[in-house]
Write a protein that binds this ligand. Structure first.
Ligand SMILES: Nc1ncnc2c1ncn2[C@@H]1O[C@H](COP(=O)(O)OP(=O)(O)OP(=O)(O)O)[C@@H](O)[C@H]1O
Ligand SMILES: O=C(O)C1=C[C@@H](O)[C@@H](O)[C@H](O)C1
Ligand SMILES: [Mg+2]
Length: 171
């Protein structure tokens, strides 16, 4: 069993909003490792960061990624920082990984004040710039396809992904 596709990208790339649309277009389930982690921890991500620290969150995230890749066959969205772990990047080999790319201007608009995103609690713009610079090469490394989302709606992005998946099935 393997996900139909795995969406990666920085916070605000639209993994959750676009992923839900792609899953609905395909008639399959949508799953988000951030939600899996919250369900397992029994508390929201900002509380996990405060109570247990980012390192513990990353441990839960590695477990959530491995479990979802092995047992889920719908559309899977990974947390924005999941690709930081070499173990997760290795686990993505052989999967259809779609990198939703977004540049700083649109990402800042989309995350607003960063509510619910602990890494963006202080100076979201500067932090997002740093995360984008650090992670762009890692997203690209694991991706089988990059879909640009700047200036586009989640519906337009989902349409491009669905067309690519349909094309694969025909070709
Ligand atoms: N292509 C888009 N155009 C405009 N707004 C978008 C687009 N994609 C997502 N958004 C909006 O940006 C916000 C963040 O999107 P979303 O939560 O889907 O991102 P994410 O990649 O899942 O982020 P995170 O990693 O924090 O979970 C939401 O308010 C969503 O409606
Ligand atoms: O970019 C990140 O490191 C994160 C992104 C979110 O999806 C959550 O996984 C968490 O807030 C950390
Ligand atoms: Mg999300």
């Amino acid at each position: 069993m393997a996900p139909v596709c795995v969406l990666v990208g920085v916070m605000g790339a639209g993994k959750t909003s676009t992923g839900l649309l792609v899953a609905s277009g395909l008639g399959v389930d949508f799953r988000d490792t951030d939600s899996d982690i919250e369900a397992r921890a029994g508390k929201p991500i900002p509380e996990i960061f405060v109570d247990d620290g980012e390192e513990h969150f990353r441990t839960l995230e590695r477990d959530a990624v491995a479990t979802a890749l092995a047992s889920f066959d719908g559309v899977l969205a990974l947390g924005g920082g999941a690709i930081l772990a070499e173990e997760n990047r290795a686990a993505l080999a052989g999967h259809r990984v779609i990198y939703l790319s977004v540049e700083l201007t649109d990402a800042v608009k989309r995350v607003g004040l960063g509510t619910g995103r602990p890494l963006l609690a202080i100076n979201p713009r500067a932090t997002l710039k740093h995360l984008l610079d650090q992670r762009r090469p890692l997203y690209t490394e694991v991706a089988s396809q990059t879909v640009v989302t700047d200036g586009r709606t989640p519906e337009q992005v989902a349409e491009e992904i669905l067309a690519g998946l349909a094309n694969d099935r025909v070709g």
